[in-house]
Design a protein around this ligand. Structure first.
Ligand code: XLS
Ligand code: NI
Ligand code: NI
Length: 442
């Protein structure tokens, strides 16, 4: 069988001193961290669309990378991508993949034709899954690329576009189940608006909730027992997307009674675009019970769009993995590399090196996050900072024993607040630095 990533060897762990670019320095798959292996804690997934399809095309130019895998026939190319993708995941030790329907097979002239194409490729994917023991993390439908969705899909003003979207989601869910996927993602590609002058916001949101309810009902019929996810993003491609950020999305899910089956798929770069830190988005999801899965990438804070860069920022990876560990780890979710190398890094070797860099960054983040937890100083500081809520008047408020009258009387007796203590932000940041440095020097 053809080998596609010819210059990419099987990537092994060689430790922090290795200077071999084709080796992991921190990702030691079987090493136990926080009670699970690194492989189980991190659950890396390859994104079919970036890794196998994206060729570096941008708004100003055609592709720079050759992702034709030796053929220009659409179905042959789709098959070649399956072989190339599994070869790639196997070589890197990546156990999961994520896909859109249109990533894996070309769209036909009719829904039937598109679905028939999908069926052919899906059988091949299942065959390769068995061969390599690779799983599907989540599936989704591309409801944004085709012109029929120019005004949205689940939020389209035109009911026919909604109908087409429903048919696509149905099939994408079938495939997700066929691949054993435990997640189905709704990313609201064009589910937003450009101007309120032509938009019925209330109806649009009611309708996308209807689409999601139908997905839950259909999932129950076909035995989908995983999580549905919404992937918040504030803008791009639409000016204003409805799933702006974690908080907005949680409010939406709660309003429409979708909170039992839906979780969030948090993407680092989308957090940046929303004006939040990655950790903020994860924390909002976690404390509200909506933590689900992660699209692991990073943005560029000097740019206003979704650059989907491979993650190399140790702080962000550390703070992210801190949230994951505090959550007790992933259940159905994982870390999907919704990431692509820069347009100028156009070779297949770059695709591998980019993944290696991302995986090592998150492995280091996991090690550092576990160390922060073991070290205990940060958690202890936070606990102490809120100690006034565990005794006296604070406890009494939490126990529901107080009201405005009793608190006003208490305040009158108490006088001015004299119990504030320093937030010690700089000291805490230094502790994080120290722990990361110790992790690096281990
Ligand atoms: C785009 C999104 C997309 C989703 C899947 O910004 O990140 O790639 O992850 O549709
Ligand atoms: Ni994403
Ligand atoms: Ni994105």
């Amino acid at each position: 069988m053809a080998e596609y990533f010819k210059n990419v060897p099987e990537i092994k762990y060689e430790g922090p001193k290795s200077e071999n670019p084709y080796a992991y320095k921190y990702y030691d798959k079987d090493r136990v961290v926080g009670g699970k292996t690194m492989g189980e804690q991190l659950k890396f997934a390859m994104a079919w669309w970036h890794t196998l399809c994206a060729n570096g095309t941008d708004m100003f130019g055609v592709g720079t990378a050759d992702k034709t895998f030796g053929t220009d026939d659409p179905m042959e190319l789709a098959k070649a991508k399956v072989y190339a993708g599994f070869e790639f995941m196997h070589k890197l030790g990546i156990d999961y993949f994520c896909f859109h329907d249109r990533d894996i097979a070309p769209e036909g002239a009719t829904i039937e034709e598109s679905n028939a194409n999908l069926d052919v490729i899906a059988d091949l994917i299942v065959e390769q899954q068995k061969k390599y023991g690779i799983k599907c993390l989540w599936g989704t439908a591309n409801l944004f690329g085709n012109p029929r969705y120019m005004h949205g899909a689940g939020t389209a003003p035109n009911a026919d576009a909604f109908v087409y979207a429903a048919a696509q989601v149905k099939k994408a869910m079938d495939l997700t189940v066929k691949f054993g996927g435990k997640g189905y993602v709704f990313w609201g590609g064009r589910e937003g608006y450009e101007t309120l002058l032509n938009t019925d916001m209330g109806l649009e949101q009611d309708n996308i909730a209807r689409l999601m309810k139908m997905a839950i009902a259909y999932g129950d019929k076909i035995g989908f027992d995983g999580d549905f996810y919404i992937e918040p993003k504030p803008k791009e491609p639409t000016k204003h997307q409805y799933d702006f950020d974690s908080a907005t999305t949680i409010a939406f899910l709660t309003k429409y009674g979708l909170q039992d089956r839906f979780r969030l798929n948090i993407e680092a770069n989308h957090a940046t675009l929303a004006g939040h830190t990655f950790q903020h988005e994860l924390r909002v999801a976690r404390v509200n019970g909506f933590f689900g899965s992660i699209d692991a990438n990073q943005g560029d804070t000097l740019l206003g769009w979704d650059t989907d860069q491979f993650p190399t920022d140790i702080y962000n990876a550390t703070y992210c993995m801190y949230e994951v560990l505090k959550q007790g780890g992933f259940t159905n979710g994982g870390l999907n590399f919704d990431s692509k190398q820069r347009r100028g890094s156009f070779t297949l070797e770059d695709t591998a090196l980019a993944h290696i860099a991302g995986m090592d960054t998150f492995a280091l983040g996991l090690l550092a996050a576990q160390k922060i937890i073991d070290d205990g100083r940060i958690d202890k500081f936070v606990e102490d900072r809120y100690a006034s809520w565990t005794t006296g008047i604070g406890k009494s408020i939490i126990d529901g024993k107080e009201d405005f009258e009793s608190l006003a009387a208490y305040a009158a007796k108490m006088g001015e607040v004299t119990t504030n203590t320093s937030g010690r932000q700089e000291m805490l940041e230094l502790i994080v630095n120290q722990v990361i440095m110790n992790t690096l020097n281990e």
